[in-house]
Ligand binder design. Structure first.
Ligand code: COA
Length: 255
């Protein structure tokens, strides 16, 4: 069905793998279209966790620079909005989304990873927003999601200089959750995905929403919203099971 990505679901865990290896998985228009379609599938199928992977030497080496040439500002704006929409849809998924980052994670690749909830990196990964070197700026959320994740100081350094950030620094600035050896990347991500897939899906979706929505609100409004979302969890069977399991000294079995 897809040419530039693969999409598979195993035991509630969907994996979207970028397979345009000859271009280091650069996001061309066709890949972005396929990605949008795959996200729609995730929404309609019984998926509990989504994982993104890149095949070959890269996670994603950015937007496809070949498609930048000879475009009008209007055409580029439409491209930017299209990729932004897909990344927004990833962020808005009601399930945990993990980026499994094996190699180059640049430009649009870093922007996609930042739209995910958790980022696990191999020690061979390389991060950056190198657009400034092309005389442009990040156009798929980078100027907005990066400072929200790592703060303005580091975001401005990364975006002004376009320098690569190695995995240790990515970990220290909070851009990734964990760095593991390349051999351990798949198993680490699988374990994490399975753990989340076994978790209470309603509470996970509510935690995600409370964090993502709350961070854009004033603190007082946000904690009010948190009280609403917290109380909503008490209407769900997962709470019944979680609390009963604790009191009965057994492991919770969420449906
Ligand atoms: N768009 C289109 N093609 C890309 C690409 C991108 N963002 N990134 C890599 N490629 C292509 C290269 O053109 C090359 O194709 P070719 O074999 O037909 O010449 C192929 O992928 C391999 O890349 P190459 O540059 O030869 O590998 P490298 O190991 O020497 O360098 C990078 C890897 C990632 C450092 C380098 O490719 C690069 O700087 N890419 C652009 C990153 C970028 O600016 N991203 C933001 C775009 S807005």
């Amino acid at each position: 069905m897809f040419k530039n990505i693969t999409y598979e679901v195993t035991e509630g865990i969907a994996t979207i793998t970028f397979i345009r290896e000859k271009a280091l998985n650069a996001l061309n228009a066709e890949t972005i279209k396929e990605l949008g379609q795959a996200i729609e599938k995730v929404k309609t199928e019984n998926v509990r966790v989504l994982v993104f992977k890149g095949s070959g030497r890269a996670f994603i080496a950015g937007a496809d620079i070949n498609e930048f040439r000879g475009k009008t500002a209007a055409q580029i704006k439409s491209f930017s909005l299209r990729l932004q929409r897909v990344l927004n849809n990833i962020e808005l998924l009601e399930i945990p989304v993990i980026a499994s980052i094996n190699g180059f994670c640049l430009g649009g690749g870093c922007e996609l990873a930042m739209a995910c909830d958790l980022r696990i990196a191999s020690s061979k990964a390389l991060f950056g927003q190198p657009e400034i070197k092309l005389g442009i700026i990040p156009g798929s959320g980078g100027t907005q999601r990066l400072p929200r994740l790592v703060g303005k100081t580091v975001a401005k350094e990364m975006i002004f200089l376009g320098n690569n950030v190695d995995p240790d620094r990515a970990l220290s600035i909070g851009l990734v959750n964990k760095v593991v050896s390349p051999e351990d990347l798949d198993s680490t991500v699988n374990e994490l995905a399975q753990k989340l897939a076994r978790g209470p899906s309603f509470a996970l979706s509510q935690a995600k929403e409370a964090i993502d929505r709350g961070i854009e609100m004033s603190l007082l409004d946000a904690i009010q919203m948190e009280a609403n979302v917290f109380s909503l969890c008490f209407s769900h069977e997962d709470m019944e099971e979680g609390v009963s399991a604790f009191l009965e000294k057994r492991k919770a079995q969420f449906k």
